[in-house]
Design a protein around this ligand. Sequence first.
Ligand code: FEO
Length: 176
Amino acid sequence: MLSKKIESAINKQIELEAASSQLYLAMASWAENQSFNGVAAFLYRQSDEERMHQIKLVKFVNERGGKALIPAIKQPEKEFKSLQVVFEQVLKHEIFVSAEINKMVDICLQEKDYTTHNFLQWYVSEQIEEEALARNVLDKLKLIGTDKGGIYFFDRDLGTMAATATNSNTKESGGK
Ligand code: FEO
């Protein structure tokens, strides 16, 4: 059984994951309209992942005897100045998410809820990967600067990354 304190902390996180999904969806849509189709594929995929993070939390709260709350989400930004601005925002956002996950882990220790603490370790590892990925993409963009040819290959590479990740996920889940 979840304590009220933990239940409300996870419900807050459910909202953050949903907002992350919406933010990345807005970025994907913007990229698609700018004809950065590879970047769009990458961000659509990130948006799907955030939704998966959200659902995993919803199910956990309900399985542990709590009540998951499905939040209303504010409309995210529609316009972004450049690809670099998009990925700077992604990195900043992921760093914020990591800090929030750490706060939840801390509450679990205070409340001596080792079950939830154990469950959250998946999110702790996932955040290390997500921050590293965002940093890596941003570093590449900084290197490219305004070089048009570089941007062309960057877009193509992100499209390949999205397709490879999607294929391996499909295999892991038995093609479902
Ligand atoms: Fe689910 Fe990228 O935080």
